[in-house]
Design a protein around this ligand. Structure first.
Ligand code: PHE
Length: 470
């Protein structure tokens, strides 16, 4: 069977941007930036995106397009030994498991969307509402709908499913985001938030903050999850990988910036005297506890109906972003199963879907409902739920490890000249360019080094309660 392909470079860019733009850009980024130096954080983040993440991105896309395979297939074909095959397995299991917790968060967002549409804003803004919601039976109804939607998109395949969804959802997302930014700018005191976001405070950039910014950039571009290898395997040979990669990175930063201009003005118009240090670090509490309060407060101006409308509009925006990310991450194991076992898309979707639903249900029950899942393990001096364990192991720990191994694999196993040859197809100016030298050098030296340091420090911090660096 001929491998499916994106219809054009734009098709790939939208799909990959769909993957990149997610809860990370829309919520985690503004929260981090506001607490850690505003524009100074933004500058460092942008620097990391282009100087550290972009080379990794190009490497993943090239590896996929060259082998025309999923991560497991690509590592097996080029690696030619058990060790690299194991790394291939890690690059398929990691997105599967990250998919599980991302699915649960997407379900929460969808639930908040549903409740805002039904006019239950009062309830959403009430204390304790989030905790009640994530432990309610209603959650499973929302979960069934999100799973149904995700699988319907994936069943459509590359062109008719993934690309089509991205072509519809991404432009809508951009328009909605801009519309919301314009709206919050009209609110009282919005400019205080803009000022806060745009005035750089370089002294806030500690080692810890820089580490966080890099991790955020890495996660946000969907690196080391096998996604760009998989999507790369659907890119046409005459498309320009460098150009497409820069577009995806640029769009991701742009969306992150716009959401800073959305969230911070909203926060300041709600409370001009707010001390940002009192805001919680977590994007979860930002979306699900703090923002609903802001939406409810808007009713003084625009009435309950207007406030519910704005809330629904916002949650729909975040839901679109999360859905396209969820699709991309589940496509990795789906594509792997299809390639490696020769099964149909439908069979792959159903078998992986069943496993994923089982794990997502366990996650959903691990917030106090079922004791064994809620207090699964204890390490680093903290009791962890099943959800926490999945997050700590696959997102925090294995992601930088996968990134580190990917750099070594591409440069020292696949070899620089093969990488260069693949990127040069569709890009006649790459060979001999400064970019080529930079990509080759960085991927073989300091990028894997940085990722290795992050990996070691994360293991030590999370599992042994000892931060070696800060
Ligand atoms: N880029 C996504 C974000 O910013 C992260 C992600 C991508 C998560 C794909 C899961 C799957 O939220």
């Amino acid at each position: 069977m001929k491998r499916e392909q994106f219809s054009s470079s734009l098709g790939f860019v939208l799909a990959a941007a769909g993957s990149a733009v997610g809860i990370g850009n829309l919520v985690a980024f503004p929260v981090m930036a506001s607490k850690n130096g505003g524009a100074a954080f933004l500058i460092m983040y942008t620097f990391f995106v282009f100087f550290i993440c972009l080379p990794v991105m190009l490497a993943e896309m090239s590896l996929g397009r060259h082998t025309r395979k999923n991560p497991l297939g690509a590592y097996t074909e080029i690696g030619q030994n058990r060790a690299w095959r194991t790394v291939g397995w890690m690059s398929v299991i990691t997105p599967f498991m990250i998919g599980v917790f991302y699915l649960v968060i997407t379900v929460w967002i969808f639930g908040y969307l549903g409740k805002s549409v039904m006019g239950q804003l009062n309830e959403l803004a009430a204390a304790g509402s989030f905790g009640n919601f994530i432990n309610s039976n209603e959650l499973f109804v929302y979960m069934a709908i999100v799973i149904g939607l995700t699988f319907a998109i994936l069943q459509g395949g590359v062109k008719q499913g993934i690309e089509k969804a991205a072509r519809v959802l991404m432009p809508m997302l951009f328009v909605m985001l801009i519309a919301l930014v314009i709206y919050v700018f009209t609110l009282d005191n919005a400019m205080l938030g803009v000022k806060f976001f745009l005035i750089p405070e370089f002294d806030k950039l500690t080692g810890k903050v820089l580490n966080g910014a890099l991790a955020q950039a890495f996660f946000s571009l969907s690196l080391a999850m096998g996604i760009l290898i998989t999507y790369g395997s659907y890119i046409q040979k005459n498309n320009n990988i460098v150009h497409a990669g820069k577009m995806v990175a640029g769009l991701s930063v742009l969306v992150a910036c716009c959401s800073g201009l959305l969230i911070l003005p909203a926060v300041f118009s709600f409370n001009p005297d707010i001390q940002l240090s009192t805001l919680s670090e977590s994007s979860i509490s930002m979306i699900f506890t703090f923002l609903p309060k802001i939406f409810l407060a808007m009713q003084a101006d625009i009435g309950y109906f207007g406030a519910s409308f704005i809330a629904a509009f916002f949650f729909l925006l975040v839901f679109f972003a999360a859905l396209t990310s969820l699709v991309s991450i589940i496509e990795v194991p789906v594509c792997s199963l299809m390639d490696q076992k020769g099964v149909s898309r439908r069979t792959a979707l159903f078998s992986l879907g069943a496993a994923m639903i089982a794990l997502a249900v366990i996650c959903a029950l691990s917030f106090g409902r079922v004791e064994v899942f809620s207090n699964l393990l204890s390490y680093g001096g903290i009791n962890k739920s099943f959800f926490d364990v999945v997050y700590d192991i696959f997102y925090e720990t294995i992601l930088p490890l996968n990134g580190f191994l990917l750099c070594l694999f591409v440069i020292y196993r696949w070899k620089k000249h093969n990488l260069d040859a693949e990127i040069s197809q569709g890009n006649s100016t790459f060979a001999g360019s400064l970019l080529q030298k930079y990509v080759n050098f960085s991927l073989g030296t300091f990028i894997p080094l940085i990722l290795a340091v992050i990996f070691v420090n994360t293991v030590s911090t999370i599992f042994f309660g000892q931060n070696l660096l800060f």
